[in-house]
Design a protein around this ligand. Structure first.
Ligand code: HOZ
Length: 425
């Protein structure tokens, strides 16, 4: 029996589904999840010592490649000075200053420990600031697992076919208005209907939790315009795209300024850090300044902050994002060429270091369109690539991630493997 199988059987005895986060269970692609023992640069090794080119990258944080020596050293140095104090540290100020400097829409920012905490807190803040209850979210966007956001949500919920979670009382979601991603008219209609009841729109400005789905021209502009017109707060959930889609996330690429932004993943460099920030007049409603409560013992944890700071500083190397985007684009384009040459309906897309590929003629622009792609072919492709030593995201509803250590040779190896797989599929 393989060591991965042995570990999965053992895990299932005491961990529900054998995993601590659902998509990891390989539930939709089938088979045994790989238990990772170590990682370096673009590589991961599983419990059977099989080596893979990794395109999960911890779902985004490993943008510099796994175990970057400077990041590891920053963590080690910080850990020797103590793991957690439950009191403020200078490192938190430095990270907050850097985030505000890098993202002009942030005037103030609060650090938390995960993306879920960031989005949950941003929603509460938007409601507290506006004194309104309704929120708008989009089908297939995933904003973590806070109750009011688990309606028609992406990521693991789509992967397992239950877009709305059980255990969420109707009362908790009666104020969540769910619209179709990229449905400009739907947004306008919702504001016509609910006008001054809407506290906020929360959106992944490029969705990364129903595979990679970009906004159509005018969509983000409409969100901005409607929120401004009706006094609602526009929240860009850049947990996935922040410092990943580009140096200033989607807000930098689109030129659209949200009122609040949620961040996680890259800003922790692989350690648990999240953040929400934005306009000072809104952020000042947070306790201890204002009436909206939010707290956390491990918020701004010094070791996690050290990893995040080091990562963000390294990302400032001139040209890094251009190189990352070019390589990711080459991968996306190369996959498409090889798939089409082998006779498959296939499309692909990329932004910065995020990759999407779809067994469908056209790049999807909505949850419905992603669901209409050939999911069973995706699953067969995923496993055949795994056998070739390439570890893509184990769900057609997730984006894949490229790091700066995925150099031209690694991309070529991936494309060579994909060519063999497409021919045999
Ligand atoms: N929800 C994450 C991807 N969109 C997966 C988290 C994990 O399994 O680590």
């Amino acid at each position: 029996m393989s060591r991965n199988t042995e570990l999965f059987e053992r895990a299932n005895r005491h961990i529900p589904g054998g995993v601590n986060s659902p998509v990891r269970a390989f539930g939709s692609v089938g088979g045994v999840p790989r238990f990772i023992e170590r990682a370096q640069g673009p590589w991961v090794w599983d419990a059977d010592q099989t080596q893979y080119i990794d395109y999960v990258g911890s779902w985004g944080p490993a943008i510099l490649g796994h175990a970057h020596p400077d990041v590891v050293k920053a963590v080690q140095d910080s850990a020797t000075r103590g793991l957690s104090f439950g009191a403020p540290t200078a490192g938190e100020i430095e990270l907050a200053e850097l985030l505000c400097q890098l993202l002009p829409s942030l005037e103030k920012v609060r650090l938390v420990s995960s993306g879920t905490e960031a989005t949950m807190s941003a929603i509460r803040l938007a409601r507290g600031y506006t004194g309104r209850n309704k929120i708008i979210k989009f089908e297939g966007c995933y904003h973590g697992h806070a109750d009011s956001l688990l309606v028609k949500a992406g990521s693991g919920l789509l992967t397992f076919g239950n877009p709305t979670s059980a255990g969420v009382p109707e009362a908790f979601i009666q104020d969540t208005v769910v619209l179709n991603f990229n449905d400009i008219d739907g947004v306008k209609a919702a504001f016509s209907e609910y006008a001054d009841q809407i506290a906020c729109i929360i959106v992944e400005p490029i969705a990364g939790n129903m595979n990679l789905i970009k906004p159509i021209p005018g969509f983000l502009e409409t969100l901005r315009e409607q929120c401004t017109k009706h006094g609602a707060v526009l929240i860009f959930d850049e947990v996935m795209t922040g410092f990943r889609a580009g140096p200033q996330g989607v807000q930098g690429l689109s030129g659209i300024t949200p009122d609040l932004t949620t961040l996680a993943k890259v800003i922790g460099g692989g350690m648990p850090v999240g953040a929400f920030g934005g306009r000072a007049d809104i952020m000042d409603k947070i306790a201890p300044l204002g009436p909206v409560y939010q707290a956390g013992t491990l918020s701004g944890n010094p070791v996690a902050v050290a990893a995040g700071l080091c990562t963000l500083k390294l990302l400032q190397e001139p040209g890094l994002y251009d190189t990352l985007a070019q390589r990711t684009q080459r991968l996306a384009q190369g996959l498409k060429e090889r798939a089409v040459a082998a006779g498959h309906s296939f499309s692909s897309d990329s932004v910065g270091g995020m990759l999407g590929y779809y067994f469908a003629e056209e790049v999807p622009t909505s949850y419905a369109a992603v669901s209409a792609t050939d999911l069973s072919k995706f699953n067969r492709f995923f496993h055949a690539m795994l056998d070739e030593g390439v570890y893509f995201a184990p769900s057609a509803y997730e984006a894949s991630f490229v790091s700066i250590t995925h150099d031209d040779e690694i991309i070529q190896q991936t494309l060579d493997a994909a060519e063999r797989v497409f021919k045999a599929l």
